[in-house]
Design a protein around this ligand. Structure first.
Ligand code: 5RP
Length: 226
């Protein structure tokens, strides 16, 4: 395993320690939270940990099912105790960019239904200013040309995410536009502006949506609280 994969494992597993008996837990998406989910299955088998998960993507749902983790839908859970998720970038105010794995809409919905949210990441994800990572925006395919023109008009260098030469389709049947912004001066304004564009379903700015981050640098795990 390379250094980065090791850090993801340390961070992901450390975050799993925050799950307690009886909790309903939002299960994020990505290669870091994969380690959280595997660790939770291990705790279930070794310590008798009891919890229910709400997956934020089909990918996470399949992983959790394969490990025997009991799952409920968001409709059944309504309110969650905790969500654990990854991030693509986070700043020192614990604002971040998510959606590199294309699951931003469900991730934001599940986080919004949770009493607490923890992000888990390796240290390279920490940034002074958000925006180096292309900002994912989920759009309705019908609106693609119109939305692209508006974003281009603002100099945002939008690109429809592709897989094998076709637009990447989210679990919700939508597309993702990645915005190459370089840096984001006013994330609060940008988040609102994007979400007011007809055809935009949600954007990957997660502002004031997490309480804590579990960050691994080498084998050292640091907890950043709000
Ligand atoms: C998926 C996400 C992921 O949490 C984010 O991309 C981080 O993924 P990874 O842990 O693989 O680096 O937002 O939509």
């Amino acid at each position: 395993m390379n250094e980065q994969a090791n850090e993801k494992k340390f961070a992901g597993e450390a975050a799993a320690e925050y799950v307690e008996n009886g909790m309903t837990v939002g299960l994020g998406t990505g290669s870091t939270v994969k380690y959280t989910i595997e660790k939770l299955a291990e705790r279930m088998n070794n310590e008798g940990l009891r919890f229910r998960g709400v997956p934020t993507s089909f990918q996470t749902e399949r992983l959790a099912q394969s490990l025997g983790i009991p799952l409920v839908t968001l409709d059944e859970a309504i309110e969650l105790d905790l969500t654990i998720d990854g991030a693509d970038e986070l700043d020192n105010r614990l604002n971040g960019i998510k959606g590199g794995g294309g699951a931003l809409l469900r991730e934001k919905i599940v986080a919004s239904a949770s009493k607490r949210t923890i992000w888990t990441a390796h240290a390279a994800k920490k940034v002074e200013k958000l925006g180096t990572f292309p900002l994912p925006v989920e759009i309705v395919p019908f609106a693609a040309a119109v939305v692209l023109r508006k974003l281009e008009g603002e100099g945002m260098r939008p690109e429809i995410r592709q897989v094998n030469g076709e637009p990447y389709e989210t679990d919700n049947g939508n597309w993702i536009v990645d915005l190459h912004l370089g840096e984001i001066d006013d994330p609060e304004h940008l988040e609102q502006w994007l979400n007011l564009l007809p055809g935009v379903v949600e954007n990957g700015l997660f502002l004031n949506r997490t309480d804590m981050a579990v960050i691994a640098e080498g084998s050292k795990v640091t907890v950043i609280k709000k």
